[in-house]
Ligand binder design. Structure first.
Ligand code: GDP
Length: 300
């Protein structure tokens, strides 16, 4: 939490500073509200959430004298209200034997790292966990999962050759997982967004093919987004939602980010559960998402 706080306060120093200079002691008139809205948009909260927050202020406080502290507290509350409904843990049901988590997202957002961290956490909870190195074109991703597999004792299903068919690999892995008692199967996937239709076909094929083994799979589709990419993260959420039925989000790199506000924009725009936030490189740095703490952190 302290890391998240450090990251967020670094990131949002600008937001809180702007609020402080805006509202040292000031009447909340049209001009002030407009400036507040611009400040929120600049901090990546998105137009819809920024407008919603400012309209809330207009209803409750219009024409009143306010201090910067009052505004910050009220902002944190308004943000927590938007984040509250999406702060939900990722349900894992080992009775699916295994529970299959398909992990999707653009390369570099932190998919493989997130899978490794989840594997370690599930192992610590005593769950038998395995990885599928489904990004078969990226030798580095396959190697990274092998290293984490060795470290955590999670079995790793690797492609027989570079560029092997990811759907076939996932199919074999799920069959093996059913046979060896794996309880959680984490499937890594490619994230080459520059070839959108090929990527969509690949992801849909994985889903189709694993359903031949278990028609209820995948049980979770986790989309990984990099908070530092700001509005690109919003765009990626749109694109991936069209490709597969995303069930929840992991938002990474909130430790160094200047863009924590994008989580608010994501919540407002998509309403998808935010299951995890990433605040560093270690396994424990993948945290459950807590709306109130996050909102407070965002306001410094
Ligand atoms: P992938 O291409 O989506 O599989 O991305 P990777 O898992 O390889 O991650 C890309 C880079 O982001 C790596 O250097 C990771 O260590 C780093 N990374 C992932 N999550 C976080 C995070 O929460 N915080 C920080 N600081 N770095 C992260």
């Amino acid at each position: 939490f302290s890391r998240l706080k450090a990251g967020l306060s670094r990131s949002t120093a600008k937001l809180t500073e702007s609020v402080t200079t805006l509202f040292r002691k000031r009447r909340l008139d049209d001009e002030a509200l407009e400036e507040l809205e611009e400040t929120l948009i600049t901090a990546d909260l998105g137009v819809a959430a920024s407008r919603r927050i400012v309209e809330g202020f207009r209803k409750t406080r219009f024409g009143k004298e306010v201090t910067d502290e009052e505004v910050k507290t009220a902002l944190a509350e308004a943000i927590a209200e938007i984040l509250g409904p999406v702060a939900r843990p990722m349900p894992i049901d080992p009775a699916h034997a295994p529970h299959v988590v398909l992990v999707v997202g653009v390369n570099g957002t932190g998919k493989t790292t997130t899978i490794a961290k989840l594997g370690q956490q599930y192992r610590e909870q005593g769950l038998a966990c395995a990885f599928v190195a489904g990004d078969t074109f990226r030798a580095a991703a396959v190697e990274q999962l092998q290293i984490w597999g060795d470290r955590t004792g999670c079995r790793v299903h690797v492609p027989t050759k570079e560029g092997a068919d990811a759907a076939g690999l996932a199919f074999d892995a799920l069959k093996a997982a059913k046979a060896d008692g794996t309880e959680v199967l984490l499937v890594d996937t490619a994230g080459r967004l520059h070839n959108k239709s090929a990527l969509m076909e690949e992801l849909r094929k994985i889903v189709r093919v694993i359903r031949r083994v278990d028609e209820t799979a995948p049980h979770s589709v986790l989309l990984v987004l990099d908070a530092t990419t700001g509005q690109n993260a919003i765009q990626q959420a749109k694109v991936f939602k069209e490709m597969v039925s995303v069930s929840g989000l992991a938002v990474t790199k909130l430790d160094g980010s200047a863009k924590g506000g994008v989580v608010v924009a994501l919540a407002q725009e998509f309403g998808l559960p935010v299951h995890f936030v990433g605040v560093g490189e270690k396994a424990a740095d993948l945290r459950p998402f807590a709306a109130r703490d996050f909102a407070r952190g965002l306001m410094g």
